[in-house]
Design a protein around this ligand. Structure first.
Ligand code: COA
Ligand code: AMP
Length: 635
């Protein structure tokens, strides 16, 4: 089929407001908008101003009232515990009503914040939707973050309540969440009045009298009593959630998502980008703690009336590299969305894809990859073994949906390996040099999006409007800075090459090296440090920390390095995957004292080293190379 992409993109370009007004017909509004787009509002304008709506109503109630009460909405598949459950739209609504009633009993109302610190269990999705129902603002914190990271988010979001669970389960270990939650509340200045805790069989949490409550028990009672809560009307421009993501410092950025534009954009993507119809099963194998989980485990599939899967497991080891194929065949998944790292893990365990042949993948139509660069080897392996289109697409926590992709629903465009393809309607993507001028076709530069951003993208950062403007809008006036570097070829295909800031991407997880440097610098023996991301065959990148010790420190380097690894795990969390601290005598710097992180990365990755003209002492680069080789890294 010829792709309708060019026609649809042109339709958007001709009249963006008409385009999004038409897409908005797919959403049920309590009150229609005054303006589709108000250029005077917010940092770059706001979408659907004056409209009122409720995201939970659009995800659940309308499907129950109309055509799909008995259709599965949420399938819980947990190979790590051996549990499975299916919730129809009606069941899910019943549970979300119960959860919303409980939250309201503890005083949660429209505009209040609720932090959700949960493993991949159905209650996590229910808590998100219950907040949406009440007009409360959720902030989900990924379970792999440590207490200090959680505390930072508690202090920024100031939640009235926290919803959590006694534990998460990682291969070979039970991660007790409650002690982390207690420690985070001890560390934070803001104290939530209520914690609702799911007691899981694998670990019991001790509850603080007056503050903590057994959520499972409360849910049973609320369901038995048939409790219901009306959907609270909110403005289209009111926040639905805050999702913290790494910035250039240890202080994460609270990306704000609104209600109206978010629904319009996500609903549009399900058919047009992912090619999925209502009633079909869509599976995003991510975590609700990340933006992919927010958009494509929870909101988009449910807005669309599709069935979604919450998968508590790993691509390998739970129990083997065939688990993705088992889930696809057992639940009739039509489309899978995951990070390339998951496929690299599977490819490593089952290079010939033997386990694929053990399952009937008749339902399966497409694989979408995002979260990090999709290396052509992985794409080819997946295409070859699965015999379905493998589609890379590029986006960020900030945008909430794909900036650049290959719109399966509009008719797939030819794939160029290494490119996530072309800008989606809504995004006018440009590549600029550092002075803000367009670079020639095919040249590397800063990837930016001409303002305004489309519906669904962040309107601001929580409580940090200045930081929002400074981080995204001020460097290239009139454009949104993605902080990715890339190039666009003569066919308009974009290639994303690297970040322009100190963010690294580890197993599809976005991490700040600046945040890790803050932790290392806090060790009593460390004089200075630099953290870089180095290439890793499985995770894409892994962090590597170089430290210079204070003079007079006589303890063994190995002992201090071990403490540093432990410190990052303790302060940021296991998700940082920080396993490599290397002591060196000096760090390479420019004459003005700037640490040459990019040059160190080139040495570690065995690339051609471009020695900056401003380097202070080139001999230090040899010392770095030698230190890396001692740790088995670099050539
Ligand atoms: N709670 C507590 N700890 C967690 C956690 C959670 N929710 N998630 C991960 N961790 C821990 C892991 O157990 C691991 O600990 P370890 O150092 O003791 O082994 C550490 O954090 C690093 O985790 P991860 O980077 O996920 O590596 P892994 O070795 O456990 O698994 C992959 C590697 C590739 C299988 C895994 O990263 C994966 O499935 N990735 C999919 C990508 C993805 O979901 N991306 C999200 C965006 S789409
Ligand atoms: P996150 O906000 O965690 O989704 O991370 C966003 C960042 O991940 C982007 O700015 C990119 O650096 C990187 N990224 C995400 N998807 C892709 C992709 N398909 N190709 C290359 N990089 C990607």
């Amino acid at each position: 089929m010829a792709s309708r992409y060019a026609e649809v993109y042109a339709e958007w370009r001709n009249d963006p407001e008409a385009f999004w007004a038409k897409a908005a017909e797919e959403i049920d509004w309590i009150k229609p908008w005054d303006k589709v787009f108000d250029p005077e509002a917010g940092g770059y304008g706001r979408w659907f101003t004056g409209a009122e709506c409720n995201t939970c109503y659009n995800c659940l109630d309308r499907h129950v009232e109309r055509d799909r009460p008995g259709q599965p909405a949420l399938i819980y598949d947990s190979p790590i515990t051996g549990r499975k459950a299916t919730y129809t739209y009606e069941d899910l609504l019943e549970h979300v009503n119960a959860m919303a009633a409980i939250l309201r009993d503890f005083g949660v109302e429209k505009g209040d914040r609720v932090i959700i610190y949960m493993p991949m269990i159905p209650e996590a999705v229910m808590a998100m939707l219950a907040c949406a129902r009440l007009g409360a603002i959720h902030s989900v914190v990924f379970g792999g973050f440590a207490a200090r990271e959680l505390a930072t988010r508690i202090d920024d979001a100031k939640p009235k309540a926290i919803v959590s669970a006694s534990c998460g389960i990682e291969p070979g270990r039970v991660v007790a969440y409650k002690p982390l939650l207690d420690e985070a509340i001890d560390l934070s200045s803001h104290k939530p009045s209520t914690c609702l805790v799911v007691q899981r069989q694998e670990a019991a949490a001790s509850l603080v009298a007056g503050r903590d409550h057994d959520l499972g028990k409360l849910m049973e009672e609320a369901i038995a009593a048939g409790r219901e809560v009306d959907c609270v009307p909110v403005k289209a421009t009111d926040p639905l959630y805050i999702l913290y993501t790494s910035g250039t410092t240890g202080q994460p950025k609270g990306v704000v998502r609104d209600n109206g534009g978010h629904m319009v954009a996500l609903k549009w993507t399900m058919k047009n980008h992912y090619g999925v119809d209502p009633g079909e099963v869509f599976w995003a194998a991510s975590d609700v703690g990340w933006v992919v989980g927010h958009s494509y485990i929870v909101y988009a599939p449910l807005l669309h009336g599709a069935t979604t899967i919450i998968f508590e497991g790993k691509p390998v080891g739970t129990p083997d590299a065939g688990v993705f194929w088992r889930v696809i065949s057992e639940h009739g998944v039509v489309s899978l969305f995951t990070a390339p790292t998951a496929f690299r893990a599977i490819k490593k365990e089952d290079p010939d894809g033997k386990l694929i042949g053990e399952y009937d993948l008749g339902s399966f139509r497409s694989l979408f990859l995002a979260g990090e660069r999709a290396d052509p080897d992985t794409i080819r392996w997946a295409e070859d073994k699965l015999d379905v289109p493998v589609i890379d697409h590029w986006w960020q926590t900030e945008t909430g949906w794909a900036i650049v992709g290959n719109p399966l629903g509009l008719g797939m465009l030819p794939v160029k390996p290494g490119s996530p393809t072309v800008p989606m309607p809504g995004y006018d993507v440009r590549v600029l040099d550092d002075a803000g001028h367009p670079v020639p076709v095919g040249s590397l530069g800063n990837v930016v999006v001409k303002l305004p951003l489309p519906p669904g993208c962040l309107p601001t950062l929580w409580n940090a409007e200045d930081r929002f403007r400074e981080s995204y809008l001020s460097e290239f006036p009139g454009y949104y800075k993605t902080a990715d570097a890339g190039l666009m070829d003569e066919d308009g295909y974009l290639f994303i090459m690297a970040r322009t800031d100190d963010i690294i991407n580890v197993a599809g997880h976005r991490l700040s090296t600046g945040g890790m440097e803050e932790v290392l610098a806090g060790h009593k023996d460390v004089a200075e440090c630099a953290v870089i991301g180095i290439a890793d065959a499985l995770k894409g990148q892994i962090p590597c920390g170089f430290v210079v010790l204070k003079s007079g420190v006589t303890r063994s380097h190995a002992e201090i390095e071990k403490e540093l690894v432990g410190l990052v795990r303790e302060k940021i969390g296991p998700v940082a995957a920080f396993k490599l601290a290397i002591t060196v005598d000096r760090l390479p710097k420019t004459r003005s004292g700037k640490i040459l992180r990019a040059t160190m990365r080139q040495i570690a990755d065995g690339e051609d080293v471009r020695i900056p003209a401003t380097i202070d002492d080139p001999a230090i680069l040899d010392e770095i190379g030698a230190a890396l080789r001692e740790h088995g890294i670099g050539g």
